[in-house]
Design a protein around this ligand. Structure first.
Ligand code: WT7
Length: 659
């Protein structure tokens, strides 16, 4: 692949002097490039020693481990700290509550700015114990999966930790998924117990969460109980044979509950994400390795110090929320913000009001939010005291220079390093990132690998490793790290096929990447059929499948298209069955996707067309559709394999006319 664009000279941003001002700010844990290099080298050359030391330093083990790493990518049988035994909740709550019960664990910033509250470690422990006892009283035990479909309220965090306390596996489903998507995930994970709320609130609007759960559970005979937390107090349907009110039952429970000590390799959670094929993948993370990866990366990437207030704006329904709202911060005994609202509610100043109000020290969001707020203008930032911020971070998609500069100047006031953190649901925790006190940044680059991560750039065609420092190709990782997902729930074969077989002996990320002359990594985005809309990972074939279940649709093809605000957006093409023409319009098809997946997956545009471009063997040529919607009709490439070339001009017209 061409390395031409690696030749562009990018500005280098040194570490802002304020971060290194030891009189007024805590000294960064990793405060020089030499220190980073030393530790990084150890983590690669001697991973067993490195991770054994950190595992003892960061986590409390009820029984020590003997083996550090076993298994390899060749066989896809990775295990860390095999004989070790621990409990995630003990590590995230008990040990801090014992020492410091009054320290705030969670700052709940509710949708309405004046309705939030703080939860201390002592309170969190009692709430978690009560819920853990409740779960046990309904027969939930070690190894069972519990589905969690919750708004961003402290009780959601309590739900995660109550499961972990008794060794149950949580399977959190983002509360923006539709009832059908929720149903599929409940069935796939065999969750007998569901935790939810009456309603959610976002941007002043009500989300009818319980109703969505009712619709989902109707078709899941496996579900025995639905526990309902009262968030708004509105009247919601209640089936007393199956449903349980949180507030009624919780008060009957004792605030003490012994922990279930589990093996390091016992599952902690399942989290679904989209892949190249239609069916979502339930990535399974285990207790010891995941918790260690979360705790260590949280401390070093965010340079966490005692007293910091960590503001990660993600939703707990995604991996970012699991790792950097809940497990990473709490394992370190930190104070974490749980933000229920949106960047625009009640005004585009909401984030900055929140930073000021809680004196947030680390602020973490996605490029899509930065682009949105930049568009609204910096007058919404002015007048807000952001001086508490020590560093700011981004995650989820590549960040463009303009958005980076705005974040740097307007939010960071050129005093805060920006950490552009690259990782995935599968990696469990950050794998490429600048360390704020050690590594100068370049806008748009995720900089260097985190400890223990050995990235390689592969030629996508030959699979050969490109050893030149300047390289362009696909990103793979050579060595296992503790928080890598261990399997796809119930489908280990798919796990092997997706991650370890495309390039033997490596973990394949699915992302394109460049490495410049300074060894900086530039993530280019997905090279598979996964698209990234506002940092949400969507699969083109999952959306196609959703369209195909509509009774009128004959064929569907979905492509990702560049979008200035959301990064990418979804465009869909559909042909209708001949007897259905005229019966179905674009609105019906949009609704169809909202119904099967959720509102966030709705295509921005749907084109109902007569025919789709296909090869002679009948494969839909999505490459051509992508070019047509991008307006690159002069670059359609090789058309010799298309079965009906006359179709192209019709499609170009169809797309033009619908714009
Ligand atoms: C995909 C993973 C990990 C939390 C959020 C998303 C993209 C993630 C970056 C970044 C460029 C990024 C990749 C990756 N991505 N972070 N800093 N720069 N791209 O988790 O839903 O599992 O998606 O998000 O394409 O493969 P996810």
């Amino acid at each position: 692949m061409s390395t031409d664009h690696l030749k562009i000279e990018h500005p280098i941003h040194p570490i802002p002097p304020r971060l290194l001002d030891e009189k007024n700010y805590p000294k960064p844990h990793i405060d020089s490039i030499q220190k980073y290099e030393e530790l990084y080298k150890e983590s690669i050359d001697n991973p067993d020693k490195f991770w054994a030391r950190l595992a003892k330093e960061f986590l409390h083990w009820h029984k020590p481990f003997e083996t550090v790493l076993s298994g390899d990518f060749e066989h896809g049988n990775i295990a860390w700290f095999q004989e070790g035994e621990l409990n995630a909740t003990y590590n995230c709550v008990d040990r801090h509550a014992l020492k410091n019960p009054d320290k705030v664990a969670i700052i709940y910033e509710a949708d309405e700015p004046d309705q939030g509250r703080n939860v201390t470690y002592g309170e969190l422990l009692r709430d978690v114990c009560r819920l853990a006892n409740l779960l046990k009283s309904y027969g939930v035990k070690k190894g069972d999966t519990v589905a969690i479909y919750m708004p961003m309220v402290p009780e959601a965090v309590v739900s995660f930790l109550a499961c972990a306390r008794i060794g149950a596996i949580h399977s959190v489903v983002f509360a923006g998924f539709s009832s059908e998507a929720l149903k599929d995930r409940i069935i796939d994970a065999s969750s007998k117990f569901v935790i939810t709320a009456d309603e959610g609130r976002r941007s002043g609007k009500t989300i009818h969460i319980k109703k969505i759960v009712d619709d989902a559970v109707k078709n899941c005979p496996i579900v025995e109980h639905v526990l309902v937390f009262r968030r708004t107090g509105s009247d919601v349907p209640f089936n007393s044979n199956r449903d349980i009110w949180w507030h009624d039952e919780i008060k009957k429970q004792r605030p003490h509950c012994p922990i279930q000590i589990v093996n390091a390799e016992d599952p902690l959670f399942i989290l679904y994400t989209s892949g190249s094929t239609g069916k979502p993948k339930g990535l399974l993370h285990t207790t010891g390795g995941y918790l260690l990866g979360s705790a260590v990366s949280f401390k070093y990437a965010f340079d966490y110090h005692e007293g910091d207030i960590h503001g990660c704006m993600a939703d707990i329904g995604w991996i970012t929320g699991h790792t950097y709202i809940i497990y990473g911060p709490l394992a370190n005994g930190a104070t974490t913000v749980l933000f229920e609202s949106t960047p625009l509610y009640p005004s585009p100043s909401r984030y900055w009001e929140t930073v000021k109000k809680h004196k947030i020290t680390q602020f973490y969001t996605a490029p899509t939010a930065i682009r949105l707020l930049r568009k609204h203008g910096q007058e919404h930032v002015k007048g807000h005291d952001l001086s508490s911020l020590r560093l700011i971070g981004t995650v989820g998609e590549p960040i463009q220079f303009e958005a980076w500069d705005w974040y740097d100047e307007v939010i960071g006031r050129k005093e805060c390093p920006i950490i552009d953190t690259y990782w995935q649901t599968e990696t469990g925790s950050i794998i490429i990132t600048p360390l704020p006190g050690a590594l100068p940044t370049k806008p748009g680059s995720a900089v260097y690998p985190f400890f223990g991560i050995d990235p390689v750039v592969l030629d996508p065609v030959t699979g050969e490793e490109i050893s030149d420092i300047e390289a362009e190709g696909v990103l793979s990782i050579r060595k296992p790290w503790p928080s890598i997902a261990r399997t796809i729930y119930n489908d280990h074969e798919r796990y092997l096929n997706t991650y370890f077989r495309p390039y033997r002996g490596y973990y394949f990320t699915g992302d394109g990447v460049g490495r410049d002359k300074d060894g900086y990594y530039w993530i280019r985005g997905r090279v598979d059929d996964v698209i990234n809309v506002s940092g949400h990972r969507l699969s083109t074939s999952e959306i196609e499948s959703a369209l195909l279940v509509h009774s009128s649709v004959a064929e569907a093809a979905v492509v990702g298209v560049h979008d200035d605000l959301t990064g990418q957006c979804v465009h869909a093409f559909a042909t209708l069955k001949s007897d259905q023409e005229g019966t179905t319009d674009v609105k019906d098809l949009t609704l169809q996707v909202r119904k099967v997946i959720g509102p966030f997956a709705a295509p921005k545009r749907i084109y109902i067309v007569k025919d789709l471009p296909k090869t002679r063997s009948g494969k839909i040529m999505r490459r051509i559709l992508r070019k047509i919607v991008a307006g690159e009709t002069d670059q359609l490439g090789d058309l010799s394999t298309i079965s009906d070339p006359s179709l192209i001009s019709k499609l170009i017209d169809d797309v033009k006319n619908s714009n």
